[in-house]
Design a protein around this ligand. Structure first.
Ligand code: PLP
Length: 397
């Protein structure tokens, strides 16, 4: 019998949609010119690139000149942070949160080593940053605030509009504007992103999180933002991101975002139902489990569960042997045995944090797949707990 394969790691990456693959294929074989070349091959590629940029801009309620293509979410975050600070040309203070993706956290840690001051704002138990805490952290020398739109491990949505409104008031009386960046890598294609409404100056997204290809991202840069490139070369992407543009991936990204946008409500309803089914099934059949994150104010497809008294990594291995793919949190942190920085910031008990698993669903998953997971999970958890002396002594508490 063929082994089952169930993919519940859609926050790490997603399967590229068939329509998206179809959209990009001609740009490998037929329309392969360099979009910066002046001849007809180049002009054809440029037209396609412009179309992709215009479509993405319109889906984000931005202007085409505000859309900068990059190679991934990490690059968009790095360009936002280092690009803004480089344009200031002086050292200063940055505000971020303790639950950011490593693309932001490790950038901030690097900046600290280089003499910048960084405030890492706390979250509440659900993983939500308080907008007031961010505003209170502003200092004379604050240059940049970077807070993610939704967390990748627990899905909690952050009060971006509130933070933007607070900063707008502060900025009225300052010589140097405090720029506001949000990492929307986990919300693009799942929550309607309207850059005007959100109020951030910079916003990062990556195509592979919403059924587009890996290898392309976008940084939205609000008109008038003082930002410098962080790599150097030609004058591509408004002088901000040199290198020959990937027209095929740009077209694919625009198509993926268009599909995600059109089907968003329906997909969110469906994925939410899958998540609630999985959650209920786990809570009904397995003792001593805890759900991490708010559930209500979160992206629909993420379920982070702590199975106490076991190692999350061991459960992942057992799930993998049954053909089920999940993760212990961020794909970029896997391989590390440290407890998740996100769960630690949320004050999750260390024993619960050790046994945390993230299931992340997309519209490609089915109810039948969730039934299968629920049919094998209790036994897998039991078998691991049977090896835990602490569980043996605690199980009747
Ligand atoms: N930011 C967040 C919130 C993410 O979840 C990820 C990827 O998991 C990234 C940034 C990095 O994106 P990429 O893997 O496209 O570089």
């Amino acid at each position: 019998m063929e082994k089952r394969k169930i993919y519940l790691d859609n926050s790490a990456t997603t399967q590229t949609d068939e329509a998206v693959v179809k959209e990009m294929l001609p740009y490998f074989s037929d329309i392969y010119g360099n979009a910066s070349s002046f001849h007809s091959f180049g002009r054809e590629a440029r037209t396609a690139l412009d179309e992709a940029r215009t479509k993405i801009a319109s889906l984000l309620n931005a202007s085409p000149e505000e859309i900068i293509f990059t190679g991934c979410g990490t690059e968009s975050d790095n360009l936002a942070i280092f690009g803004i600070l480089s344009a200031f040309g002086k050292k200063g203070h940055i505000i971020t949160s303790k639950i950011e993706h490593h693309a932001v956290l490790h950038s901030c840690e690097r900046l600290e080593k280089n003499g910048y001051e960084v405030t890492y704002v706390d979250t509440d138990k659900s993983g939500k940053v308080c907008a007031e805490d961010v505003i209170k952290a502003v200092k004379e020398n604050t240059l940049l605030v970077t807070i993610m739109h939704a967390n990748n491990e627990v899905g909690t949505i952050q009060p971006i509009e509130e933070i933007a409104a607070g900063l707008k008031i502060i900025n009225k009386n300052r010589k140097d504007k405090i720029y506001f960046h949000t990492d929307a890598v986990q919300t693009a294609g799942k929550i309607k992103l309207d850059v005007e409404k959100l109020g951030a100056d910079l916003l990062s997204i990556a195509a592979h999180k919403f059924h587009g290809p890996k290898g392309i991202g976008v940084l939205y840069v609000k008109k008038g933002t003082n930002i410098s490139p962080i790599i150097f070369g030609g004058h591509h992407e408004n002088g901000l991101r040199p290198g020959t543009e990937n027209v095929a991936f740009a077209k694919a990204m625009a198509k993926a975002l268009e599909i995600a946008d059109a089907d968003m409500q329906e997909h969110n309803k469906y994925v939410f139902r899958l998540r609630e089914k999985l959650k209920k099934g786990i809570l009904d059949t397995i003792p001593q489990v805890f759900i991490n994150g708010s559930g209500e104010n979160s992206v629909a497809g993420i379920l982070n569960v702590s199975f106490t008294y076991i190692e999350g990594e061991s459960l992942l291995l057992k799930l993998d042997m049954k053909g089920i793919a999940a993760s212990t949190g961020s794909a970029c942190a896997s391989g590390s045995s440290d407890p998740s920085h996100v769960l630690t910031a949320m004050c999750v008990d260390p024993i619960a944090a050790q046994g945390a698993i993230r299931f992340s669903m997309s519209y490609k998953n089915t109810e039948e797949e969730i039934d299968y997971v629920l049919s094998v999970l209790p036994q897998l958890v039991d078998s691991l707990r049977a090896m835990s002396p602490v569980w043996q002594s605690k199980k009747n508490d």
